[in-house]
Design a protein around this ligand. Structure first.
Ligand code: NAD
Ligand code: IPM
Ligand code: MN
Length: 350
């Protein structure tokens, strides 16, 4: 029987409780469906680890993670005690060192879950976020600190290879869905980086004529995520634009607690990383009331990636069934805590 070895990085704030929820659902699906085994190894890195050891993760943490088949992360960040630039660094290092260049962030509405938009249309879109370069490369510096003439330089790097592979991934995904691809651009103001994105889109569009292609400047695109989110199928975005758009896509589908993500290394030369889109939510941490849906659906994406598609579908159906029966955490207007909602999902696994 196939054994999938998973590294758990629960992290900070609500990270551990949504990770526990995802693991409980994974264990249940493992025993109910059979056919595969899951072996978990937990690493309690983050702000608490920093308090004891002086760093958020051991210096060789990437080597520790490399042999695993996948990494599952809850959420990182505890700004009350540590700057985010410290706590979040391992997450960005994993994405860049493991070359997890395709960040797949689906956002959909669920029957019975209220959405904030008056139009009330069904939404089913996927943002493909370039995840290895762009605005997240650590290039730049702070100069003349504390002086009146202090300045900061923060460079972005957009490579032909990085852009083309993100767009190609988007075209392939669009072909399996509704055959629409939208590029988030800003070539009207960012005259170097996003004219390159636009040109590569044109080149690839010519070779993928079965896909309807559209490009929107990020400001208009953000507006259209609110005005007509149902019109989007696959959206390809640079690292930062994709980050911003996916908090938006979470909010318009009913709440950030709903949305999963997969940080993929499509060449499978290193472990891919699965995590909800949301953060560590310090405002509700420690109360056990967070919505574990994004984490549980990220676990489903992980099973899909590991070749266990029936188990992934079973989890998705169980979430739909739990919502269909009216089970809700407080962020969705319900009264169930994280553990109680997770138990309802597990009860609906078939
Ligand atoms: P956040 O996503 O943690 O929270 C934003 C809002 O959404 C909060 O009101 C929160 O209560 C709510 N929310 C988020 N997830 C929820 C859930 N599962 N259930 C119910 N409500 C939920 O964003 P933030 O407050 O801007 O950031 C908090 C910390 O998390 C910061 O340190 C930030 O840098 C970090 N962060 C980490 C990740 C990650 O680990 N991938 C992602 C985003 C932010
Ligand atoms: C996300 C988060 C991260 C990002 C932070 C925690 C560095 O917001 O995964 O969406 O900006 O990529
Ligand atoms: Mn984000």
């Amino acid at each position: 029987m196939k054994t999938h070895r998973i590294a758990l990085y629960p992290g900070d704030g609500i990270g551990p409780e949504v990770t526990d929820a995802a693991v409980a659902v994974l264990r249940a699906v493992e025993s109910r469906l059979g056919g595969f085994r899951l072996e978990f190894t937990r690493f309690d890195w983050g702000a608490g680890y920093h308090a004891q050891h002086g760093h958020v993760a051991p210096s060789d943490f990437l080597d520790t993670l490399r042999p695993f088949h996948a990494v599952f992360l809850g959420a990182v960040g505890w700004p009350a005690t540590l700057p985010d630039s410290v706590t979040l660094k391992p997450l960005i290092q994993m994405r860049q060192t493991f070359d997890l260049w395709a960040c797949v962030r689906p956002a959909r509405t669920f029957a019975g879950i209220a959405r904030p938009l008056v139009s009330g249309h069904e939404i089913d879109l996927v943002v493909i976020r370039e995840n290895s370069e762009g605005e997240y490369v650590d290039q730049g510096g702070r100069f003349r600190p504390g002086q009146p003439e202090e300045f900061a330089v923060q460079s972005a790097i957009h490579t032909r290879r990085g852009i083309a592979r993100a767009l190609r991934f988007g075209f392939e995904l669009a072909r399996k869905r509704r055959r629409k691809l939208t590029l988030a651009t800003k070539s009207n103001a960012q005259r170097f980086a996003f004219t390159l994105w636009d040109e590569i889109l044109d080149e690839l569009a010519a070779a993928n004529r079965d896909i309807a292609v559209d490009r929107q400047h990020i400001d208009a695109l953000a507006m259209n995520f609110v005005r007509r989110p149902e019109s989007f199928d696959v959206v390809v975005a640079s690292n930062l634009f994709g980050d911003i758009l996916t908090d938006f896509s979470g909010a318009v589908t009913g709440g950030l607690g709903l949305n999963p993500s997969a940080n993929l290394n499509p060449e499978r030369t290193s472990p891919s990383l699965f995590e909800p889109v949301h953060g560590s939510a310090p405002d509700i941490a420690g109360r056990g009331v967070s919505n574990p849906t994004g984490a549980i659906l990220s676990a489903a994406m992980m099973l899909d990636w590991l070749g266990e598609a029936p188990a992934a579908r079973a989890i998705e159906h169980a979430i739909e069934a739990a919502f269909g029966q009216g089970h809700r955490t407080p962020d969705l207007g319900g009264t169930l805590n994280t553990v109680a909602f997770t138990e309802r999902v597990i009860a609906d696994l078939t």
